[in-house]
Design a protein around this ligand. Structure first.
Ligand code: GLP
Length: 244
């Protein structure tokens, strides 16, 4: 595990973008595992900046996203498809057909989960996986539980997650109660993983993720076992870890 401490959010975004820059430069047909949320927005802004400067080419890159809400259309501005299109894809030269997210409107969600697993497999797995961290320790939408769910699956979102994510919706009632997410095995099979974490409110859970017991009650704790795991976090998020 590598921990890169940054002075603030902006530096976190720049450094994480540099890791993606190196990946895409070295392997132009990389499969990127992508994430949504506020922690990774700065990274996307920096990737767009590097692309606009002529330093990055996404024409051969493929992407698979971690998760999607169930019941939201890709055109709904709260869907993760909309987030990805508007915060990254439409600003770079990635081919739309090379960008993948689970379909939150699939008629048969069980079949959709299997299809997504097959898709990841057919792409040859993920080269570089990006993660944020939920306040309850979730990665993707793998909520705390009694087991590590291995494969892409449907989740009932925790009350605390619904509350945390309601900041993006008109009110809490509008937040979908379910989502579809890549499982822990799919995430752990990525060749490299980068997690972005910022802010004082994540400090306690980040310490548990990085140094606590490895347990499905803190899903991100499994990352301690990954052979190439880098955390890029600001000083505030690392405050509790620094006190160890
Ligand atoms: C959502 C996503 C996660 C993300 C988390 C943290 O729940 N499903 O993949 O990591 O939010 O979001 P934020 O970065 O906004 O704190």
């Amino acid at each position: 595990m590598r921990i890169i401490k940054t002075k603030d959010y902006n530096e976190m975004g720049r450094i994480a973008a540099n890791i993606f820059f190196a990946q895409i430069t070295q392997k132009p047909d990389s499969v990127l595992g992508l994430a949504t949320g506020s922690s990774v927005l700065g990274l996307y802004e920096n990737l767009i900046r590097l692309y606009n400067g002529g330093d990055l080419d996404f024409s051969r890159v493929k992407s698979v996203n971690l998760d999607e809400y169930i019941g939201l259309d890709g055109k709904s501005d709260q869907s993760y498809r909309y987030y990805m299109d508007n915060n990254l894809f439409k600003h770079i030269n990635i081919k739309p057909e090379n960008t993948h997210l689970p379909d939150g409107l699939a008629g048969d969600m069980g079949a959709e989960c299997k299809k997504y697993e097959k898709l990841i497999e057919s792409l040859g797995g993920v080269d570089l996986q990006l993660l944020g961290l939920g306040l309850n320790g979730h990665i993707g939408f793998n909520e705390p539980g009694d087991i590590f769910e291995k494969y892409t699956h449907i989740v009932d979102l925790e009350e605390s997650t619904i509350k945390a994510n309601s900041r993006f919706f008109a009110n809490e009632n509008e937040v979908p109660k379910q989502a579809v997410t890549m499982g822990i095995k799919s995430i752990m099979q990525a060749k490299k993983i980068v997690m972005c974490v910022n802010g004082e409110k994540k400090s306690k859970i980040l310490k548990e993720v990085l140094f606590g017991v490895i347990t499905p009650k803190v899903p991100g704790s499994i990352l301690q076992l990954h052979p190439d795991f880098t955390v890029v976090a600001d000083e505030e998020a690392l405050y509790e870890s620094d006190r160890l």
